[in-house]
Design a protein around this ligand. Structure first.
Ligand code: GPW
Length: 835
């Protein structure tokens, strides 16, 4: 308030208000100004990187004007806000997205051309913002796009990692990790050196009696690390609403140095302390669907949660409302259990800092539409647990509060089920193991008013398996489903501009980008010859583009008329890239066994893989190695030629997905049934006119429901059969599918080299119980691929399937997800500009 300009001087401000560029001339002026001032360069010294920088700064300026107005409006209206807490935001590039969302790409294109640049080259200069591992982080990014596009007052909160997910290089067929230092020039963030929060760690808790004679806990000692806010503007599509993603960066509390130590000559240790503080936000943990229980990870979690909650509470307090109204002003969504400490931290703030009674505080914390928890996996190795001793050491006060929450919770369960001792052990927030562990999912359920899964099957599974007891305790209404979605702005309009324009020309406008159900009108055109032709041409052009990229990056020539078969996602045994590559080997052997005349009749295929393995995930790295080893044999086999090519594309990320998704004919979503919570790339591929081969898992099931069984290729055992099959592998006789056995023999013969390396992958199936059911599903997988080949031969029908599937994909927009969350979980309304 003190910083506000007095009334008499405001006229001068209004007169001098910054205006957003409207024409390509005005845009050029901005670019030149940034080149000449912000970058201190000139037309004699402006490469594509500089032109990218200046273009981005011009758009950033524009976004920030809308951002300011959005924030002012939200503050003035004092409406309820949504806070999306996520340790990962896999944003990808920002420039193209900003240009399209504000509707200025054509303007920029013309301006850049005038200044001597091609817009694609400029867009290509940007380094991906890769602050995430895979689906979970990309979902958060799609949700931010939808929240802004639909005018919801919403903030994202995350960490500003200095190093995002590592860059993957493939050397001699092996994955090598290279650090992703992405911050050397990032025009999309605003450092807010004035927005800081002191975050405490370690220390001890003392009980003292306050003035009112009440015993209160005081957490003292330990160390302070400072959180500094960096804000990233999130533009909505076709709306002035521009929301904020606030990322916290850690720094030492003594300012740059501990001056005491510095002056006493201990320069090194003062620098060391600074570095230790900065370590917290240094690096993204590169594990997907796996928790490794590292102390630094817990530090990251608390650092981010404490800073975010402090910020949220600070904003709430400005409105001078009573604490009881907190749940009416604030909805917090926990993206997985990573931010679960927020529940404990809010309780701590309310009782220790604000002096509320426990019961009232807990009522606020667990209030309707306060905390929501999204679960993204049922895999046991991904469920977070922290050793009690570690929590005690790092966050002594929080451990006390967790114990109290657990005590009251278990007391109520005991009342509810007086004759059931076992249920207490099963649901306790503390696992009575050696060492004792805090079960974060249990804490998240106890502290949230709603828990959701991310696809129907997944939401059913959590209710009947890992969280079964909690359904008994709280009733089924605490649990709900919100099937994932993707933003059609990035994944159709941006990634596949020609398809987006064709659709717009047929539907009469771009409205479908904000109301994806309108795609259904395309079904009326499935018999329109001209339309089908254009549709097929666009797919072909996208394949030519990918073929060019493959040539540039791998040196391999692929025939764009071949069937492009794609599997891109994190490498994981449950996602079964091993099933795919075994299938590829089977195809290779089948082709080799044919006469040249027979071979001539076969359909050419390109098998494309991409994805990162967690650096410590040895088996995943072996899978990558096998794919590359198969590629180097098959791609150089003259008997095979164009009939089969096998490629591993290095360093799969968001911007590469934008090239790959529009270019697939078929993509693979082949996880063992019951293991993939949802999957979201399945949606991206179908939305771009590719068909999919998949198991009855995650969102594949709902995609089938929407597009129809004729427009998808399903195979494999069902989730309900998995347990029995696993049991039979271990306790019964376990025979391997004969075709798969032949594949194994070939690998063991040394056809692909490295026999020793690949033996573990084979042993996992043959000797160690085939946990992921590779052998059980192999036959139907191969048979289904035959159906794919057959279907592809009928190009006419294939295009009909492609169009029909796209027409029925409306449900999978992340806009639909956001409306469901807003309605069923957050209880918030959009706040559009009313002028
Ligand atoms: F294990 N997911 C992910 F649940 O990408 F935390 N990383 C993760 O660490 C986890 C889940 C976690 C993915 C799911 O595997 C995928 O099925 C889902 O579509 C996606 O989260 C978004 O919900």
């Amino acid at each position: 308030v003190e910083a506000s300009i007095p009334e008499p001087q405001r006229e001068a401000w209004k007169r001098n208000q910054t205006a957003a560029f409207k024409s390509s001339d005005e845009f050029e002026k901005e670019v030149v100004r940034h080149v000449e001032t912000s970058l201190a360069r000139s037309m004699f010294n402006c490469d594509e990187k500089a032109a990218y920088s200046a273009t981005s700064l011009a758009f950033r300026d524009r976004l920030i004007l809308d951002w300011n107005k959005t924030q002012q409006r939200q503050t003035y209206r004092d409406s309820k806000r949504v806070y999306y807490l996520s340790l990962e935001f896999l944003m990808g590039r920002a420039l193209d997205n900003a240009m399209l969302n504000v509707g200025m790409k054509d303007t920029a294109k013309a301006g850049l051309a005038d200044l001597g640049f091609r817009i694609e080259d400029i867009i290509g200069q940007e380094h991906d913002a890769a602050l995430g591992n895979g689906g979970l982080g990309r979902l958060a990014a799609c949700f931010l796009d939808s929240l802004a596009s639909l005018d919801f007052p919403a903030w994202g909160y995350g960490l500003r990692y200095r190093y995002g997910i590592f860059k993957q290089e493939i050397i001699d067929g092996y994955q090598v990790e290279v650090p992703d230092y992405w911050l050397d020039f990032n025009p999309w963030e605003f450092p807010r050196h004035d927005v800081t929060v002191d975050v405490q760690f370690f220390g001890s808790v003392k009980k003292v009696t306050n003035e009112e004679g009440k015993s209160v806990a005081v957490w003292e000692g330990g160390e302070i690390v400072v959180a500094v806010a960096y804000d990233v503007p999130i533009p909505g599509y076709d709306t002035p609403t521009t929301n904020n993603l606030r990322l916290w960066s850690s720094k030492a509390s003594g300012g740059e140095f501990d001056f005491q130590k510095f002056n006493s000559g201990d320069y090194e240790s003062s620098v060391a302390e600074q570095q230790r503080a900065e370590t917290i936000s240094n690096v993204l943990y590169p594990n997907d669907n796996l928790e490794r229980g590292k102390e630094l990870r817990l530090k990251q979690q608390y650092f981010w949660v404490a800073a975010s909650l402090y910020d949220i509470v600070r904003r709430f307090k400005k409105s001078k409302r009573a604490w009881r109204e907190f749940p009416e002003q604030v909805a917090i969504q926990l993206n997985d259990t990573h931010p679960t400490l927020a529940i404990v931290e809010l309780q701590r703030i309310l009782i220790d800092v604000e002096g509320l009674e426990w019961d009232l505080a807990w009522e606020i914390v667990t209030g309707t539409s306060q905390f929501g928890y999204t679960n993204h996996t049922v895999l046991p190795e991904a469920l977070e647990k922290w050793p009690v001793g570690l929590v005690q050491h790092l966050l002594p006060r929080h451990l006390q509060i967790i114990y109290d929450i657990n005590l009251f919770f278990l007391q109520s369960v005991e009342k509810q089920f007086p004759d059931d001792r076992d249920i207490l052990t099963r649901v306790s927030i503390i696992e009575e193991s050696q060492p004792k562990m805090v079960r974060m999912a249990h804490l998240a359920i106890v502290g949230s008013h709603k828990v959701n899964g991310v696809a129907e099957l997944h939401s059913d599974l959590i209710k009947t398996t890992i969280f079964k007891d909690f359904v008994e305790i709280y009733g089924p209404d605490r649990f709900t489903n919100v099937t994932n979605g993707i933003t059609p702005r990035r994944w159709l309009h941006q990634a596949n501009p020609r398809l987006s324009e064709l659709i717009a020309s047929k539907l009469g406008s771009h409205e479908f980008l904000k109301d994806l159900s309108q795609l259904n009108k395309l079904e009326l055109l499935v018999q329109d010859k001209e339309f089908k032709k254009e549709w097929a041409e666009i797919k072909f052009a996208n394949k030519v583009r990918l073929a060019k990229y493959i040539k540039e990056t791998t040196g391999v020539n692929v025939n764009p008329s071949a069937l492009f078969d794609v599997q891109v996602k994190r490498i994981h045994e449950y996602k079964r890239q091993q099933l795919n590559i075994f299938g590829v080997i089977h195809r290779y052997l089948t082709l080799k066994a044919m006469t040249p005349a027979e071979r001539k009749k076969q359909l050419p295929r390109v098998s494309i893989f991409g994805g990162k393995a967690a650096p410590g995930y040895w088996m995943a790295k072996q899978i990558i190695h096998l794919i590359n080893a198969v590629g180097s044999v098959v791609n150089n086999d003259e008997d095979i030629g164009d009939l089969l090519k096998v490629l591993f594309l290095e360093d799969y990320n968001v911007s590469k997905a934008e090239i790959i998704c529009p270019a697939s004919d078929i993509s693979e979503h082949i996880s063992t049934a019951g293991t993939e919570a949802s999957g979201t790339s399945n949606m991206k591929f179908v939305l771009n006119g590719g068909l999919i081969i998949g198991t009855c898992d995650g969102a594949n099931i709902e995609i089938t429901r929407e597009v129809g069984e004729n427009n998808i290729f399903l195979f494999g055992n069902l989730a309900e059969d998995v347990e029995d099959l696993r049991h039979a592998h271990t306790y019964g006789s376990h025979t391997i599918d004969p075709d798969l056995a032949k594949v194994f023999e070939e690998i063991q013969k040394g056809t692909f080299g490295s026999v020793h390396d690949f033996s573990a992958m084979i042993a996992a199936v043959k000797d160690h119980g085939d946990y992921y059911l590779v052998s059980d599903d192999f036959h139907s997988y191969i048979e289904t691929h035959k159906l794919v080949d057959e279907a592809y031969r009928d190009q006419e029908q294939w295009v009909v399937k492609s169009i029909t599937a796209v027409a029925r994909m409306g449900f999978f927009s992340s806009d639909r997800c956001i409306y469901e969350y807003a309605d069923g979980i957050w209880n918030v309304e959009p706040l559009p500009r009313r002028d």
